[in-house]
Design a protein. Sequence first.
Length: 405
Amino acid sequence: MPAQARSGSAKDARIGPHRAVAMLSFTALLAVVVFGTSDPTRTEDQLFDASRPLEVADQGAFSIPGRYVEVDKQTVMIGQMYVQYQIPKHRTRPYAVVMIHGGGQTASNFLATPDGRRGWADDFVANGYAVYVVDQAGRGRSGFFGDSYGRTRKPSVANVEQRFTALERKQLWPQAGLHTQWPGTGAQGDAAFDVFYASQVETIGDEALIEQMNREAGAKLLDRIGPAVLLTHSQAGVIGWSIADERPQLVKGILAIEPSGPPIRETVAKGAPDYFEDGVVARPWGVTRGRITFDPPAQTPGDLKLVRQEQADRTGLVRCFLQAEPARQMPHLRGIPILILVSEASYHAPYDHCTAKFLEQAGVKNSFVKLTDHGIRGNGHMMMLEKNNLEIAALLRRWEQDNVR
């Protein structure tokens, strides 16, 4: 294991010498600029938790190289990944946490909330974790190259409000009306929404390309930093399963926050009375778009014989696709501690249980946890940015400490 992955006090020449830094945050400058305050005594916009000050032994950034390709008779690189890291002064956990954002997003999801509170990255560091946050390949600081990456998807205001933030939305899925935790109205013109929307970016339209490039870059990142826990959100869920399939010995745990799903087909939420209809086949290998290891081997997605539940587990949930028995197993993911976490009000609430069932049937034990099981109510899909984000971070840490060895 690389020295930096083992200890916050050891020197790792590949990343750079440690620099003693105390009370320094990824988010401090952003919050001062946006909200015009740096007074830590004001509890309503407090940047730091006084009981857990952010004491950093080292911080920095580096890039994971991609691969060279020829475009218009010139050699360029695609698939590179930008990585930002912090190592706490007082490290208490042996494995770093790699945070991978979802679709239309960047690492900013984990660095601060849109209303200026501490983000998950700083909170994990303050609680003894080394943290690496990435911009997915083809996104944000990792760079976008249109000639190589092709068409894009642009996040419209209407789409962002509907899926992520608006507290008074049209109820396209049964749980939508339970959303109470977004800071502000969640609509265009509200200060927190405007800051959040300013962070949205175009995304490569080819989801299979996204998955493959980030599988490769994620494997290289683990080769560099050593064994780690992956924290994935939404679209990055398929990336987490893919990296674990590629480097099973280096993935020590997966915290899958509402991972991309459900297995096989997209679910389209359309409102009452039927609420759901089938979308396109998006994850033909079950939980991924690209090939993943099965035993007995599956050469094509057609080798996975599928059946569908005749009845949903309960009202408000979709019917899951599973394998016909005997089910092929997923040996590379077997034995990795996995948490699948779902909120009360997200559009994922009707179907994330299907991902847990598919993995379980394939021999991949996992903990499927609803925030409501722990009395945490009112959250939507962007829970890391919502009013109770640190309560959810504490739940994630407790699970990691109890399950990852």
